[in-house]
Design a protein around this ligand. Sequence first.
Ligand SMILES: [Mn+2]
Length: 234
Amino acid sequence: MMRPVIGLMPLWDEERKSIRMHPGYHDSVLSSGGLPLILPFSKEEDQFKQLADICDGFVFTGGPDIAPSRFGEEVMSEKVYCCEKRDVLETGILKYILEKDKPVLGICRGIQLLNVALGGTLYQDLPEFKPSDVSHWQTAESFEPTHSVILVPGSPLEACLGKSELKVNTFHHQGIKDLAPGLEIMARAEDGLVESFRKPDSRFFWAVQWHPEMMFEHDENSRKIFAALIDACK
Ligand SMILES: [Mn+2]
């Protein structure tokens, strides 16, 4: 049986000048019945288009911050750390993914990238610009859930997981400020921060602020989210 090919947005290690991938993304897609394919750092339209053709679905992975200039702001925090080649690839390919209506799962940086690319904005640093009682950068092990999210009743994520509240892990210093037009919230943290959305007019376009790929082996909910992506690609 041919597995759906899932394009993974590559990670970049600036110190080692090295292309990287966290095994969590790779292993979660593979274990869910997909064939993970780590994408190249393309910069050209014809390559974006070809990559969007080759893959059946996509994971927008975690990583550094989106350049604030992409949502009309100056850099306002010393904590902001960006990766231009990722912004270029991910915003470039997204246009063709949407055109072809291929399934998308955004994770952490992924939810932020998708929001910004569609016209939304971000808090450049949560502790600085949206202080709250909820810590969004946990010190616990990466697979351990540390804060709750409330799922929106009637959302496909609630239906997929079969529950109204969920404990998740959290490793983000930025978060969604203004939601892009056309997106629909599927979950919020207890401090109100958007932790999941979807684009209802797409076949499958889900994003989460937490890291299901780090909890995959320990957590049935994380496995259900990856299964939903793979199902949508079939
Ligand atoms: Mn969080």
